[in-house]
Design a binder for this molecule. Structure first.
Ligand code: PLP
Length: 478
C-alpha cells in the first residue's frame, strides 16, 4: 500500500467533513496532532492501522443487520454477512476458538452477552425444560415470575477491583453488580500475586454460578488451567475477560496454562486495546454456549455495527500475520524494560514487576496520590491513568497508583532503550512533585507543586524521544 494512498484517503475524508462542519474536521486533525505529540502510556489504548480506521468510515454504518450470518431480521444483509463471517473466521483461527461472536459494541457489552448466555444456559433453559415449553413467552405468569427471581439470584466470583479486576465483574456501580450476588478474590498482601488456594477456598464457600478470570490492572500472568479446575470443582462456569491482554494471547506470548481460550467455557475481549483493532468487543466460547451467545442481539445488544465488524475483520487479519507475534513480544519486552528502569531508580511497583503489557506504580512511595501523580505527568507530556493499588487507602477516585502500559508506544516503534529513558522521565517528574495542602492546612489529595519549567523540559524530552518514531507516518494532513 502506498503511503500516498493513505494520506490521500484521510485528507479527502477531512475535506468532505470540513464542507459540512469544519469544527469536526478540525477536532479530528487536532486529535492526530495531540496523539503524535504525547507519550501515551495508557495501558488500554493503542493505534489502529490506517486500514482498520478506514474500514469503519463508510456506508456499512447505514445498515441494520439484527440476527446472525445468514439468519437476519432484515433483508439485504449479504455484504454484512460477508464481513461478519470473515471477522468471526479470523477470530476463531487466531485464538483457536470453537465459536466467535463479533457483534458486541464494546467490552462491557461482550461481558453482558457472556453473563446472559450463561444465565440462559444454566438457569433459563432448565426452567423451560421443566415447564415443558420451548420459549419464555410460553411460560405461565407464575413460572415466569419464578424464573425472573431465579435469574436475579445468581452468584459470581471475580477479582476485586483494587487487586486489578474490572467494574463489569460484578461491582455495584455497574449493572453486573446489580444482577449478581458478587464476591471477590484478592491478591496476597505480601506478594501482590493471585493466591489460587484462597480463590479455591472462596469458591468452595460461595459456590458461584460464574467464576470470572481477567483484569484491567494486574501486571502478571494468570494460570487459567488452575482457575478452570477451581471452577469445575464447584460446578461454576469459567469465564475469562481478556480485554487487556488479548493481543498477548493472539501473539502467542501467553500460551499453555496462560492462554484462557482452551481453558475457559467463555472468553470475552475488547478489540481496541493490545489487540490493536477498532473500538469494540467480542465473545469466544465452547460449542455448547454458541447458540446462547449468538442471541446477544437482541438479548442485550441493539443492531450490530457492520462498519466496526468490517474493521474487526481487517484488524484480526493483521493479527494473524507473523509480525503481530513479534509486536506482542515487543510489548512485553518494553513493559519489562520500563519496570526494570523504574525499579532501578527506586520506584515501588505492585508485585515488583510485570509479565504482561502493564506496570502498576505505587506512588505513595513518592508521597503522592494517583491523582497528583497523573496530573503532574500530564503537565510533563506523559499520558497515564491513576489506578487503585491493592488495599488502597485513597479509594478509587484519588488512588495510590499509576497504571502504565506499552502497547501504544510499541506500535510506534519505541524499544527497550527508550523505555529506560521513559522510566527516567517518569521518575524525575514523580520525585520533583510535592503534594499540596488544603486551605485549612490538611494534606490535599489533589493539589501538588511541580516547577513548570521542569514540566516543560520533560515534555520536550518526551517529544524528542518520540521524534524518530512518527505516528501514522503515512498520513500527512498539511
Ligand atoms: N473488561 C476489561 C477487563 C476492561 O479493562 C475494560 C475496559 O477498560 C472493559 C471490559 C470494558 O471495555 P469497554 O470500554 O470497551 O466497554
Amino acid at each position: 500500500m502506498s503511503r500516498n494512498a493513505e494520506s490521500t484517503a484521510f485528507r479527502s475524508a477531512l475535506e468532505v467533513i470540513r464542507a459540512v462542519e469544519p469544527r469536526v474536521a478540525d477536532a479530528i486533525g487536532a486529535e492526530l496532532t495531540d496523539q503524535r505529540e504525547s507519550l501515551k502510556l495508557i495501558a488500554s489504548e493503542n493505534y489502529a492501522s490506517p486500514a482498520t480506521l478506514l474500514a469503519m468510515g463508510n456506508w456499512f454504518s447505514d445498515k441494520y443487520a439484527e440476527g446472525t450470518v445468514g439468519r437476519r431480521f432484515y433483508a439485504g444483509c449479504q455484504n454484512v454477512d460477508t464481513v461478519e463471517a470473515l471477522a468471526a473466521e479470523h477470530a476463531r483461527e487466531l485464538f483457536g476458538a470453537a465459536h466467535a461472536y463479533v457483534q458486541p459494541h464494546s467490552g462491557i457489552d461482550a461481558n453482558l452477552v457472556a453473563f446472559w448466555a450463561v444465565l440462559a444456559d444454566r438457569v433459563e433453559s432448565p426452567a423451560l425444560k421443566k415447564a415443558q415449553v420451548r420459549q419464555v413467552n410460553d411460560l405461565t405468569e407464575a413460572d415466569w415470575f419464578a424464573l425472573r427471581r431465579e435469574l436475579g439470584n445468581q452468584r459470581m466470583l471475580g477479582m476485586s477491583l483494587d487487586a486489578g479486576g474490572h467494574l463489569t465483574h460484578g461491582f455495584r456501580p455497574n449493572i453486573s453488580g446489580k444482577m449478581f450476588d458478587q464476591r471477590s478474590y484478592g491478591t496476597d498482601p505480601e506478594t501482590g500475586l493471585i493466591d489460587y488456594d484462597r480463590v479455591a477456598e472462596a469458591a468452595r464457600e460461595f459456590k458461584p454460578l460464574i467464576l470470572v478470570g481477567g483484569y484491567s490492572a494486574y501486571p502478571r500472568k494468570v494460570n487459567f488451567r488452575i482457575l478452570r479446575e477451581i471452577a469445575d470443582s464447584v460446578g461454576a462456569t469459567f469465564m475469562v475477560d481478556m480485554a487487556h491482554f488479548a493481543g498477548l494471547v493472539a501473539g502467542k506470548v501467553f500460551t499453555g496454562d496462560f492462554d484462557p481460550v482452551p481453558h475457559a467455557h467463555i472468553v470475552t475481549t475488547t478489540t481496541h486495546k493490545s489487540l490493536r483493532g477498532p473500538r469494540g468487543g467480542m465473545v469466544l466460547c465452547q460449542p455448547e454456549l454458541a447458540d446462547q451467545v449468538d442471541r446477544g442481539c437482541p438479548m442485550v445488544l441493539g443492531g450490530p455495527l457492520p462498519h466496526v465488524m468490517a474493521a474487526k475483520a481487517v484488524a484480526l487479519a493483521e493479527a494473524r500475520r507473523p509480525d503481530f507475534a513479534d509486536y506482542a513480544q515487543r510489548i512485553v519486552d518494553n513493559s519489562q524494560a520500563l519496570a526494570e528502569g523504574l525499579l532501578r531508580r527506586g520506584a515501588k511497583l505492585v508485585t515488583g514487576g510485570t509479565d504482561n503489557h502493564l506496570v502498576l506504580i505505587d506512588v505513595s512511595g513518592y508521597g503522592l496520590t494517583g491523582r497528583q501523580a497523573e496530573q503532574a505527568l500530564l503537565d510533563s507530556g506523559i499520558v497515564t491513568n491513576r489506578n487503585s493499588v491493592p488495599q488502597d487507602p485513597n479509594g478509587a477516585w484519588y488512588t495510590s497508583g499509576i497504571r502504565i502500559g506499552t502497547p501504544a508506544l510499541t506500535t510506534r516503534g519505541l524499544g527497550t532503550a527508550e523505555m529506560d529513558q521513559t522510566a527516567e522521565l517518569i521518575h524525575t517528574v514523580l520525585t520533583q512533585t510535592t503534594a499540596g495542602a488544603n486551605a485549612d492546612g490538611t494534606p490535599s489529595k489533589a493539589k501538588y507543586t511541580l516547577d513548570p519549567a521542569l514540566a516543560d523540559k520533560i515534555a520536550r524530552q518526551a517529544t524528542d524521544l518520540l521524534a524518530p518514531h512518527p505516528l501514522y507516518p503515512s498520513v500527512d494532513l498539511t
